[in-house]
Design a protein around this ligand. Structure first.
Ligand SMILES: O=C(O)CCC(=O)C(=O)O
Ligand SMILES: [Fe+2]
Length: 327
């Protein structure tokens, strides 16, 4: 999973940097193979419509696989790995939980405002800033030459002054903190870890041929007083091959969650291009559905059941004959 160079960095070094600077970055923390294999678990071209599984959704120029703990063992292994838990154990002084997680792909254009991630929600609305300590883990899954993560140096120390604001304007940051902007253009597999109280964003960009892919997750020190804080973590039980108390607590077994999965999507958050693409995929399926419903309308139920029985007998006798011939 991790490169040798990253394995050689001690947890204390990471936590010390986080405590003093508010962030820690490491170029190529994940091996290339791990990133490639993880990406095989995500098909950003398959958008879910009436599909009885979790999958990719569209929010304007971003595609999200929010529930990656269901459909990517590699994502599960990374989000619950020992190194992540060691960092959390050393960083936090009270119980902590995975608050949200997602794999996403940003294409063509993006303008994210400067913000912090210490958000409390009521439904899907951000209603206030909280004081819980928290860490944001962000792994680049593609080489990032545009739309990089940006962090304002030392902002975790002063962001509380603006806790009445949901975002900070580009103009305000340009006028007051331009010299403090740290920009992280890094290769695929790189890790950015930061204090959720730090002011950050993905730098705005516009380029029709550019796509950035990211795995992000957030861990907050919820302690015992913040029931309801966080998105629900839907996990594929097949992946839980390490059901220690530590992992169960971190994933929030038995812990109330009130926030909806991010982002909130519907057909209205799709781009016209994606709607068109979906229509093309839907056309043959629509014809199939119409043919089926016409058959249902024309044929009595009894006839259909008998046709299915006949087909089943034909298939099973065909497979018996082929078995006999093989012998
Ligand atoms: O994608 C990024 O670089 C930052 C994402 C972020 O800050 C967020 O989703 O809250
Ligand atoms: Fe953020």
């Amino acid at each position: 999973m991790f490169t040798l160079n990253f394995q050689n960095i001690s947890t204390s070094q990471i936590v010390n940097e986080l405590k003093s600077k508010g962030y820690f970055v490491f170029e190529q923390a994940l091996t290339e193979e791990y990133v490639e294999e993880l990406l095989l678990d995500v098909d950003f071209n398959q958008i879910i419509v009436n599909n009885n599984d979790v999958g990719v959704v569209v929010a304007y120029n971003q595609k999200f696989l929010t529930h990656c703990l269901v459909s990517s063992k590699k994502a599960y292994d990374l989000i619950t790995c020992k190194k992540v838990l060691d960092i959390c154990n050393e960083y936090f002084s009270d119980s902590y939980k995975l608050t949200n997680h997602r794999i996403y792909q940003t294409s063509k254009i993006s303008h994210m405002p400067w913000h912090t991630d210490n958000n409390r929600q009521a439904g899907k609305q951000l209603v206030s800033k909280h004081n819980m300590p928290g860490l944001l883990f962000l792994f680049y899954l593609s080489d990032v030459t545009k739309n990089p993560f940006q962090y304002l140096k030392d902002s975790h120390k002063w962001s509380h002054k603006y806790s009445h604001e949901i975002y900070l304007s580009d103009r305000f940051i340009d006028n007051n903190y331009k010299q403090d902007i740290l920009t992280f253009m890094m290769k695929k597999g790189s890790l950015i870890l930061c204090d959720i109280h730090g002011v950050h964003r993905a730098e705005p960009f516009q380029d029709n041929r550019y796509t950035r892919t990211t795995l992000l997750f957030q861990v907050d020190q919820v302690g015992n007083d913040n029931a309801g804080h966080g998105e629900k973590n839907i996990v594929n039980t097949e992946y839980i091959d390490n059901p220690t108390q530590e992992v169960m607590d971190y994933l929030g077994f038995g812990f109330k969650r009130e926030y909806p999965a991010f982002p909130c999507t519907s057909v209205a958050t799709m781009t016209p291009e994606d709607i068109l693409k979906i229509q093309k995929q839907l056309l043959p399926l629509t014809l199939q559905a119409l043919a089926k419903s016409l058959a249902t309308f024309l044929l009595p139920g009894e006839v259909k059941i008998n046709a299915k029985r006949l087909l089943w007998h034909l298939k099973s006798s065909r497979s018996m004959i082929s078995k006999l011939f093989k012998k």
